[in-house]
Design a protein around this ligand. Sequence first.
Ligand SMILES: [Zn+2]
Ligand SMILES: [Zn+2]
Length: 340
Amino acid sequence: MKAALLYEGGVLRVAETPDPVADGWALVEARAAGVCGTELHFVDGMIPPPVIPFQLGHESAGVVLSVPEGAGGVQAGDRVAVYNFVGCGRCRACTTGRESLCTAPVGQLGFSLPGGFADIVRAPVSNLIPLPENVSFESAAILSCSGMSVVHACRLAEVSLGDVVVVDGIGGVGAMAVQVAVAAGARVLAVADTQNRGDLALELGASDAIVLDGGVGYDTLPDRVRELTTGAGATHYVELVGTEDTYLAGIRSLGRGGKVVIIGYTDQHLNVHPIELILSELQVITSVAGSRRDLETAIDLAATDRLRVTVDTRYPLEDIGTAVSRLKAREVRGRNVIVW
Ligand SMILES: [Zn+2]
Ligand SMILES: [Zn+2]
C-alpha cells in the first residue's frame, strides 16, 4: 500500500510500504484523513516520532475491510470513524470513560502507532465507530480530533443551559467549540482576530463576536465581556490561543465561580497570583483529546445538523506535502483533508 511516512529531519514522503497485518485488530480501507496542526509539530521536531520512518495521521475514517473472527459490533463493509486512542481497557481512566488519561496505554494511532495517512489503517475493532449515512468520511475524520476534543472540554467544564461561554480563537477547534457550546444550551461570545472569523462564529450560532482590533485588545476584553453580560462576566472562557495575555484575559472575563477552560498552549506560561482565582472561587480546567463516547457524541451532533465541519481543501495522499505546507503558512480555513 501507499502511506505518508515521516523520515529523518522532518521529511514527509509518500512511499510504498507493506500492507498491515490484522493480528487480532480490524483493517479499514481509508477514505479520509484530516491534516492537523499536530502534524506540524512532528515535521518541525517538537514531537519526536517513535520510529523512523513513521506513518503519521490520527484523524481517519473509512470502510471496514476485515474484523477478527467472533468480534461483535462492526462488520466488513461498514462505514466507520477511527477513534485513535488505544487504552489498556482496564484502568480506572479506561473504565470511567476517560481513556485519554489511561495509565498503561497501548498507544495512539498517528502518535505512537502507525496512523491514518495510508491506504489501509489497522485499529482495534472497539475503536471503530459506525457512521450514520449523512455523516461524510471527511467530516468523521475531522470530528475524530477537534470535534471530539471540544465535546470533551465542554463535558469536563459542565457547559449547560443558561451559561455564557466565551470562545477565544475561532480556528478549526474554535468553530467547533462555538457550535458545541450552543448545542449544550449556552450563549456564546466569540473572540476573533479578524472580522472574517468573527462573522464565521456568528454564522455558527455565537450571539456576539468581539473582533480584536484597535478598539478591543486582550487588556480591555474583560470590560467588553462584562458590558455584554450586564456586568456579570462569563461562566466559562474556552481558551484556544495559549498566550499569557489570553490566559489572563480569560480569568478576568469570568464572573464569580467561573471556569477558564484551557485547551490551547504555546511556549508561554500561565502566570497569575492565586488571589485572583481564590476570591471569586474561579476554576482552571484543562482538557486534552477525548473519549470514545465524546467522539460518538460529536458524530451524533453532526448527524443531527448541530455540528458543521469546515473543509478547506481535499488532497490525494500524493499531495500531502502541499496540504502540510499550506497549513504551516496559515493559509487554511478549517481543515485540509486527504481523500481516497
Ligand atoms: Zn488532530
Ligand atoms: Zn487504561
